[in-house]
Design a protein around this ligand. Structure first.
Ligand SMILES: Cc1cc2nc3c(=O)[nH]c(=O)nc-3n(C[C@H](O)[C@H](O)[C@H](O)COP(=O)(O)OP(=O)(O)OC[C@H]3O[C@@H](n4cnc5c(N)ncnc54)[C@H](O)[C@@H]3O)c2cc1C
Length: 403
């Protein structure tokens, strides 16, 4: 009997993990199933580009995984039972009524990513746009296209997504009145060089910056702020962080109060050893015992670590040690400008930063590289397959390391 590995989510981390597992284990030993709701891989790191009117190439998962030994299942995950080791999925693809199906697993890799986080701010859910995924980015794209010259767009959130979105929109639509509202100072975590450059680009693009401004409400044509003021906003874009889907929280897995699955250094759930979690959905500790932030930058090595740890445990090999650390923050500032802020292993800015057109090209290469790693799931890694070591099931053991 094959060991059944089910990977939930074919985003940056799930797709990488599935491909890497296929490269590490013999097909006759394992059945790897990759479940995703959408038929195409979504390059989330380019959602601000999509919203600003650029067209992204289509990346069908069926083509990416053809011939890899990974079985792709297009279905929406609706629940996980980690005690019975089953996943409930709704197959929305077939004709007629959507059918619910149960997938059984021996090892689960949970990589369902995240969506936007309105943080309960009144009016945000009703009136604000978001670009955490393709549907939201397409809605914003359509709305921006209908705006007349001089109309106002307010980007709420001064983090990486907010900076990228505000500059992308301002560059694509210089006729609009674009503003950014940030709780802190503009790029206040960056080096002095990084901050100077950011301000220069924002000035050049004519973006109004409302610093130290907490947005406390969103209406159809404005946002309200903690100091009692208002900022006109024909369109409000909400970018104040991501929130995970509620599926993990509804299980008996050990999760944080925000619903992220708590994992150890091998990305294995601390409560259920046959469950691994990676990417935005997981809370893993990085250097300095600081939680890794939701990003591809840390999600990619999390995926390597999980896949290699699963393969090692199944085959009796040595446990891996992927570099779960940061090197830089790569920020696009429109298509012609960028900022590469070098950071310490635990993500604190150092003095060095790259700016300007070179940084824009660098960031573009990083995005292309990230997508290449996903779209060529079994390339770029020497094949080092090993056979699964068959272990007799131990009485009372919650883990079947091999079927
Ligand atoms: C605009 C924007 C810019 C960004 N820029 C950067 C950047 O420059 N650098 C960086 O490091 N990070 C960046 N990020 C963050 C990065 O995109 C995420 O951290 C990363 O995508 C997380 O990977 P993941 O695999 O955990 O989740 P995802 O890539 O979101 O993948 C999750 C997958 O699961 C699928 N899924 C979700 N729910 C279900 C369900 N119920 N059933 C079936 N399938 C489901 C989704 O369709 C998706 O394919 C950016 C994000 C955004 C939105």
């Amino acid at each position: 009997m094959q060991h059944r590995i089910v990977v939930l989510g074919a985003g940056y981390t799930g797709a990488i993990a599935a491909g890497r597992l296929a490269r590490r284990l013999y097909r006759e030993d394992v059945a790897i199933t990759l479940v995703n709701a959408e038929p195409d891989f979504a390059e989330r790191v380019r959602m601000h580009q999509l919203a600003a009117g650029q067209d992204l190439r289509s990346l069908p998962l069926s083509e990416m995984f053809a011939g890899t030994g990974v079985e792709l299942k297009l279905a929406k995950v609706t629940g996980v039972d980690v005690d019975r080791r089953t996943v409930a999925v709704v197959d929305a693809d077939g004709p007629g009524e959507p059918e619910t199906e149960e997938l059984e697993y021996d090892t689960l890799v949970y990589a369902l990513g995240s969506g936007w986080n309105d943080q309960g701010v009144p009016g945000a859910a009703e009136h604000a746009h978001q670009i955490a995924g393709r549907p939201g980015a397409l809605r914003l794209r359509e709305r921006l296209a209908r705006l007349d010259a001089g109309e106002s767009v307010v980007v709420v959130g001064g983090g990486l997504t907010g900076l990228e979105a505000a500059t992308e929109i301002a560059e694509a639509r210089p006729d609009l009145d674009v503003a950014l509202a940030a709780r802190g100072g503009l790029g206040d975590w960056l080096s002095p060089k990084g901050r100077r450059h950011l301000r220069k680009v924002f000035d050049k693009l004519g973006i109004t910056v409302h610093e130290h401004t907490a947005v406390t409400g969103v209406e159809a044509d404005r946002v309200t702020t903690a100091d009692g003021g208002t900022i006109p906003a024909a369109v409000t874009l909400w970018t104040t962080g991501f929130a995970v889907h509620p599926i993990a929280e509804a299980t008996t897995l050990d999760v944080t109060d925000t619903g992220r699955i708590v994992v150890d250094g091998t990305m294995r759930s601390v409560s259920h050893p046959d469950v691994y979690a990676i990417g935005d959905a997981a809370l893993a500790m990085g250097p300095g015992d600081k939680p890794l932030r939701m990003s591809c930058a840390s999600g990619t090595p999390m995926a390597w670590q999980a896949a290699d740890a699963i393969a090692a445990r199944l085959t009796g090999g040595k446990l891996p040690n992927a570099p779960l650390r940061y090197f830089n923050q790569c920020i696009s500032l429109g298509r012609r400008e960028g900022l590469i802020q070098y950071v310490t292993a635990d993500d604190r800015a150092v003095r060095a930063a790259l700016t300007g057109r070179f940084a824009a090209v660098y960031k573009e290469l990083v995005c292309k590289g990230a997508a290449w790693g996903v779209t060529n799931p079994t390339l770029g890694l020497p094949t080092r397959r090993r056979h699964v070591v068959r272990q007799p099931a131990r009485a009372g053991s919650p883990v079947r390391t091999a079927a």
